[in-house]
Write a protein that binds this ligand. Structure first.
Ligand SMILES: [Zn+2]
Length: 255
């Protein structure tokens, strides 16, 4: 015979609630255990590959999906006068070619460290013939003789021989904007034929976007060029990166 037991006075829990919770917890633990124990061995190779691809920033990966090496972006740097002549010569013996080479070498090292394929080229480097790269920048400096108080600052000229003048214009604008920001040197508006008709522009492939920069005057800008060479080189690198990465350029006032 059944005896009627009185209902408990305490509020009734919802029936089966703890059991459901326990089951869910057990299932979650099982899944977690499976993941910890068997991943990635139990996952198919392609799935784990896809997962690792998703977790790897695409731009930084050295390999393309499928395992082939990601082609590196090539950039050429010409050290002005190197292998040919001294360029401008200062009274203290400093030569333009030495300053150009120091800047160009730093630019190359910085770009290489960023993962680019780089070439440090002489003024009349045989490799310039038909040279193909995403960008070529030639580095020179201006006179060591005092001209006047305005003979300070930098100049940039694009290769007029480039097939794509939009790209060449962008490289020129990027170098001008970023170099000025980094160094604080003024823009010197005196582009000569030496720059616009620069010999290497006619030697390289017309598909290579190129520009020449005179990073300063060896007279009035002597200190920044020789004592803050790293800052000067970084200004050139900033300009090249602006071009390669298609960065925005703030509009510069027309002088
Ligand atoms: Zn020069």
């Amino acid at each position: 015979m059944e005896t009627q037991t009185p209902l408990p006075v305490t509020p009734r829990r919802r029936p089966s609630s703890p059991r459901v919770l326990l089951r869910a917890l057990a299932a979650a633990m099982l899944v977690a255990t499976l993941f910890v124990t068997f991943t990635p061995a139990s996952l198919s190779r392609s799935l784990s590959d896809q997962l690792s691809l998703l977790l790897t920033p695409q731009a930084e990966g050295e390999f393309l999906p499928g395992g082939t090496s990601r082609p590196k972006i090539r950039i050429g740097i010409v050290a002005g006068h190197w292998g040919n002549d001294s360029g401008a010569v200062c009274e203290n013996g400093t030569t333009e070619v030495d300053v150009n080479l120091r800047i160009a070498t730093l630019v190359q090292q910085k770009l290489t460290a960023l993962g680019f394929e780089t070439d440090l080229l002489e003024e009349f480097d045989p490799r310039l013939t038909g040279y193909r790269a995403a960008a070529l920048v030639s580095i020179h400096n201006d006179s060591c003789v005092y001209i006047n108080d305005q003979a300070t600052g930098f100049k940039v000229a694009r290769a007029m021989s480039a097939r794509d003048q939009n790209l060449a214009g962008r490289l020129e604008a990027c170098l001008r904007d970023r170099y000025q920001r980094r160094t604080g040197l003024p823009w010197h508006n005196s582009i000569t034929n030496d720059m616009t008709l620069y010999h290497a522009f006619d030697e390289i492939s017309p598909d290579t976007t190129a520009a020449i920069i005179e990073t300063g005057f060896l007279n009035l800008d002597y200190r920044i060029l020789t004592e803050n060479t790293d800052q000067v080189a970084t200004g050139v690198v900033d300009g090249i990166l602006c071009f390669i990465n298609n960065e925005n350029i703030a509009p510069t006032a027309v002088p």
